[in-house]
Design a protein around this ligand. Structure first.
Ligand code: R5P
Length: 282
């Protein structure tokens, strides 16, 4: 049976439809002292697929409780699917005294899992932090689906070198266009500096893609550079539309035509589902 964390209800429903597996019910309540109780209902299966996205600390806690609840309800095999793995950007100790937060999270989540699937983790190497077998799934190709047909001389652009693979995957899925990337220097949590490539963008439709849009700083800086160079339309896509407070406004002010994300997080921009990719892996 499929068990859904509260941040990924649409994804879990799509996954149930895609696999033909039933969904358990999930109910959550808070005690007066603030403690969470997330429980499964109607669970009757040997195998559980617990789907979650851990964008908040509460989501993390809810996932740990759901994993435990399905074991209590009789599951002998638990597969944990992380649509969006929070803390994956903290994949190393950046200063003495810092934790490797991605490893700490992976240890906790992996402890109650027999298998883990992670959709486009920020750093693919984080799957090695899980004790049970864990795989990174690349769902970026679905970002081509909402793009209009007949883009003008399209350029699929990554805001930094790390996302160039994603840009290539989306271009391949779209079936036409060139691929390029800018260089990014992060100045702080919500400020970046973008150094453009020498790609000609005047009059072209440019699709800027990344794994995550969080504050929108990366994308809006990239779009500002494109605007200075007389770009045609700009479409923005990401696998994980975290879209923290103010991000969508920042992107609108930068002049994007449309922002597309997947359903690893339930957002207004979640235009396409990664469920087929997860279903294949399952
Ligand atoms: C970082 O390298 C990621 O790939 C994204 O570029 C980053 O997480 C986006 O964050 P923000 O929207 O806050 O600039």
């Amino acid at each position: 049976m499929i068990v859904s964390g509260s941040a990924v209800q649409s994804l879990a429903a799509e996954l149930a439809a895609e696999t033909g597996r039933p969904l358990a019910t999930v109910e959550a309540e808070r005690f007066p002292d603030g403690e969470l109780l997330a429980a499964v209902g109607g669970f009757d299966a040997d195998e559980a697929v617990v789907v979650a996205s851990t964008a908040t600390d509460g989501d993390h806690l809810e996932l740990l409780q759901l994993q435990d609840a399905v074991r209590e309800a009789g599951a002998e095999h638990v597969t944990t699917v992380l649509g969006y793995m929070g803390y994956a950007r903290q994949d190393q100790a950046f200063e003495p005294g810092h934790p490797v937060s991605a490893r700490a999270m992976a240890r906790a989540i992996g402890a109650a899992s027999d298998r883990v699937l992670v959709v486009n983790p920020h750093a693919p190497g984080v799957v090695d932090y899980f004790e049970p077998p864990a795989e990174a799934l690349d769902a970026a190709g679905v970002l081509a689906e909402p793009l209009p047909e007949g883009l003008a001389d399209p350029l699929f652009l990554a805001p930094d070198a790390n996302a160039r693979g994603i840009a290539g995957t989306v271009r391949d899925a779209y079936g036409d266009g060139a691929v390029d990337h800018f260089e990014k220097t992060r100045l702080s949590g919500d400020a970046v500096e973008i150094a453009p490539s020498d790609a000609a963008v005047e009059g072209r439709d440019v699709v800027v893609v990344d794994d995550i849009i969080a504050t929108g700083s990366t994308m809006s800086e990239a779009i500002a550079v494109l605007a200075e160079r007389g770009v045609g339309r700009v479409f923005v896509g990401c696998v994980h539309p975290v879209l923290a407070s103010g991000a969508r406004i920042r992107l609108a002010r930068a002049g994007v035509e449309a922002v597309y994300g997947t359903d690893t997080l339930d957002r207004a921009a979640s235009a396409v589902s990664v469920a087929p990719v997860i279903a294949d892996a399952l």
